[in-house]
Structures are given as C-alpha cells and as structure tokens.
Design a protein around this ligand. Structure first.
Ligand code: ATP
Ligand code: MG
Ligand code: FE
Length: 332
C-alpha cells in the first residue's frame, strides 16, 4: 500500500508518501519559520497564505521524489485537525480535490495520531504501548492497546510543554521557535535555580506548566530589576530540568501501571536532548524499549500523517467530499 499524506495544521506545508505504513518513499516539508520569526510566533493569516502558495509545489516535489504514478497511490490521508482552522482548510481542500480528480479514497487523520505514528516509521509498534506526546500545543500521555485506538490517560491543564519552552525563550530574547535554543543553552548552564514542579494529585497523570512559566518569568523580571547579570544558560538548564523531571516521572509511573511493552515519544519537544537523555536513563534499567523518532520526524511532517493514515485506511476509515477541517478535533 502507498498512502499519500498531507499536513498543513500549523506552519509546515508537507506532503509525503509512505509504503505499508512503515517506509518513507517521499517526504517534503516547506517550513514557514522564517516568515513568522519576526512576529515571535505563528501568525494564522500568514500561515494560510503560505500553505496556498506552497501546497501544489510540495505535492509535485513529493510525487517526483517517490518516482511513483498516481495509479500506484491507494489513498489520500490528510490532517483534519486539531490546528489552525485556516491552515487546516488548505490541506483538507487539496486532499479533497485530489481524491476527486484521481478517484482515490479520502482518509481523515488526527494530527496527534500522526505524531504518535511517526514512531512506526522507525520501528514496528507493540501493544499495549504508552505514548508521551509533547508538542507545541499538546502534552499528553496516551495509552494504546491496539492500532488506531487512543486512550488519553493524562493531559496538560494549562500550557503545553512546547508552549512553555517558547514563552520562556521569548522572555530570554531567543528567536522563535525557542525550544531548540533553550535546549542548546541548557547544555551549557548549571541547574542553579530550584523552579517548581507541578506534580498535581498523587495519582494524576495530568500536567501543568503555567506555574513553572510564571516562576521563570518572575526570576527574569527580578534579576533585571536588580540589575543582576542574567545567567540565561542557568535559567534554561533549571527550567528544562523542571520540565523533564515531571515528564519523565509521570511517564515512568504510567508505563509501570499499565505494564506497557513500549514507550513512545512524539511531537516537537521529543527533539529535546535533555528529555531524551532522562527518558533513556529511566527506561533502560526497567527493560522497556523506548522509541524516539529522529528530529526530522518529531516536528510537523506528512510522513507521520501517511503512517497514521495507513492504519486508518486499513481499518476502513473514509471521508466523503463534505469533509471539513476541525480545529478542535479530539483524539478518541
Ligand atoms: P501540535 O502538534 O500540538 O499541534 P505543533 O505542531 O506546533 O503543535 P510541533 O511541530 O510538534 O508542534 O513542535 C513544535 C514545538 O516543539 C515548539 O514549541 C518548539 O519550540 C518545540 N521544540 C522543537 N525542538 C525542541 C527542542 N530541542 N527542545 C524543546 N522544544 C523543542
Ligand atoms: Mg511547526
Ligand atoms: Fe505538531
């Protein structure tokens, strides 16, 4: 099976083709980061316009890269949501036009299912598994007992991990997106500040990062007001330690409780070196295999949508041409 995936939920215009749900045949991503940088975040209106300009170019690139013909493609998978509605619409419209013109089945995919299935492009999944989803808009623990079935066992009550990274980075005058910059600075700094960790109720797998974010912002304000030298690297290291500590501890406890066969990490923050190291240290002694996709597959791409779309296609999920983007689509 060859599934063509389309992803336009945020600021990446992406098209990919995946064979049998596991093998990347083509993977093209047009990033808009440069256009949003000067605004310090993604501007929805600009994102939509870029998607319109890029989608056909990216699609043609992907088809060329794959060396396949349209007859070879079994179905078109597209991110239906969640994300920016105007951005999602471009991908959904393109997918519908293709499905109609080429007479292919149309398969709607949840963006987070995509992030999780990026792991299947690296290694075959074994159930039950636990996925730690850490992205720009989501921080979730998802239990999967079989393909295509997602059970949300914990989620953030306020900010997502990536959002906290980006906000703290902005306070430290680092460019957007801030996650990679904090990651780099953290490697050079000392964990000198004891920032709070929101453990919440003892049996809760939920997260909260707004208190931590405020604590970091207060520390920065106070240092500036006193005219102290701002040790950015130390703030980055201490902030990252606090985030990683909670993410690792809750993931480990959930993995133990549900006796999972694999732990998957998904989403842009999975690129974080501090998090990768801490999770490896936690799961190695437990003998639970830890899967983390390469950085290129952690951030938004369409190969992950095609991978999740393959399972959805095999399970018979289809959409008609009335398919609409859903900015707040839920995973279950
Ligand atoms: P969602 O998937 O929830 O809709 P999104 O698609 O915007 O959100 P992703 O593309 O998965 O999010 O990830 C982007 C986020 O990952 C940004 O917040 C970015 O700062 C963060 N990020 C990327 N690399 C790193 C890193 N090395 N360390 C920490 N955060 C990182
Ligand atoms: Mg992005
Ligand atoms: Fe994403």
């Amino acid at each position: 099976t060859y599934i063509l995936g389309i992803e336009t939920s945020c600021d990446e215009t992406a098209v990919a083709i995946v064979r049998n749900g596991t093998e990347i045949v083509a993977n093209v991503v047009a990033s808009q980061i440069e256009s949003h940088k000067r605004f310090g975040g993604v501007v929805p209106e600009i994102a939509s316009r870029h998607h319109v300009e890029q989608i056909t170019v990216v699609l043609e690139d992907a088809m060329k890269q794959s060396e396949l013909n349209w007859e070879d493609i079994n179905a078109i998978a597209v991110t239906q949501g969640p994300g920016l509605v105007g951005a999602l619409l471009i991908g959904v419209s393109a997918a519908k036009a293709l499905a109609f013109a080429k007479q292919k089945p149309l398969v709607p995919v949840h963006h987070i299912a995509g992030h999780i299935y990026a792991n299947r492009l690296v290694q075959e999944l074994e159930f039950p598994l636990l996925a730690l989803v850490v992205s720009g808009g989501h921080t979730e623990l998802v239990l999967m007992k079989q393909h295509g079935q997602f059970e949300l066992i914990g989620e953030t009550r306020d900010d997502a991990a990536g959002e906290a990274y980006d906000k703290v980075a902005r306070m430290l005058d680092m460019p957007y997106p801030g996650g990679p910059h904090i990651d780099r600075q953290a490697a050079e700094g000392k964990i000198s500040i004891d920032f709070p960790r929101a453990w919440l109720e003892p049996d809760s797998f939920d997260f909260s990062f707004s208190g931590l974010k405020s604590a970091v912002i207060n520390t920065i304000h106070n240092a500036r007001q006193r005219g102290d030298r701002l040790e950015k690297a130390d703030i980055a290291a201490s902030f990252q330690e606090s985030v990683v500590d909670v993410l690792t501890a809750k993931t480990r406890r959930a993995a133990e409780l549900h006796q999972v066969k694999q732990v998957l990490v998904a989403g842009g923050v999975a690129a974080n070196r501090g998090l990768r190291t801490a999770l490896e240290k936690a799961f190695k002694p437990m003998g639970i295999p830890l899967l983390i996709p390469p950085v290129k597959l952690c951030t938004d791409n369409a190969a992950m949508i095609a991978a999740a779309g393959t399972i959805a296609y095999e399970q018979g999920r289809r959409a008609g041409l009335e398919l609409n983007a859903d900015p707040s689509l839920s995973l279950q």
